[in-house]
Design a protein around this ligand. Sequence first.
Ligand code: PAF
Length: 253
Amino acid sequence: MNKPLVFKTFAKYNAFRKNLKGTVGFVPTMGALHQGHAGLLKQSAAENDYTVLSIFVNPTQFNDPKDLEKYPRTFDADFDLAAACGVTAIFFPDHNEIYADKYQFIMTENNFSKILCGAFRPGHFNGVLSVVMKLFNMIKPTKAYFGEKDFQQLQLIENMVKAYFIPVEICRVKTLRDESGLALSSRNTRLSPPGREKAALIYKTLKSAPSAGEAKNSLNQSGFEVDYLEDIDGRRFVAAFLEGVRLIDNVTI
Ligand code: PAF
């Protein structure tokens, strides 16, 4: 098992990138890696000559400062998981490396980013799209891998890549779930064991309820606080709080 190289600055990463001959797969993350990330990394490692993982807890996509503070930071475990998944290099920049412009330049989308999560988390997708644009320009990947759990994010990134002619192929990866059906997420670690069991209701309800309205009522009655539960273009989307943790999921209908 090869140990990944760790780059904290763009200058050092870029010097390394210039010498790579072949395809580069990229998995951008905020760390706290779980088996869902492992799936993305392994797919990238299988399909590319090199795989780059980035770990950066991006403050501009957190509209709630407490959520940012509580976001788990687990670099040592992330490093070991990356090594086990065949990652070549980890880009682990600090804030100034990414936001030397102090977030004076912002990538915005004016339609799909305003509904669902965008309606409840003002500025969230500006933060996501801005950091992903920066990371694509820094890492210069051939392909980049995103999970379908964050479907709205994935679709916005696909559309940004088209709109700005960014030479990156976006690869969709199916949501990984635990045995109960709960979508894997770094936030699940913040749930109590009974909370985690209850959280499995999200997926079950999304799949079985005859309508979005009924699914929403059923989750609210079970003790979730639903932000939204909507059917759009053949997909059912939900965001709901449980034990103060915001969980999202989606299924095709
Ligand atoms: O999905 C995530 O973890 C983040 O939104 C991303 C794409 C790494 C941008 O910070």
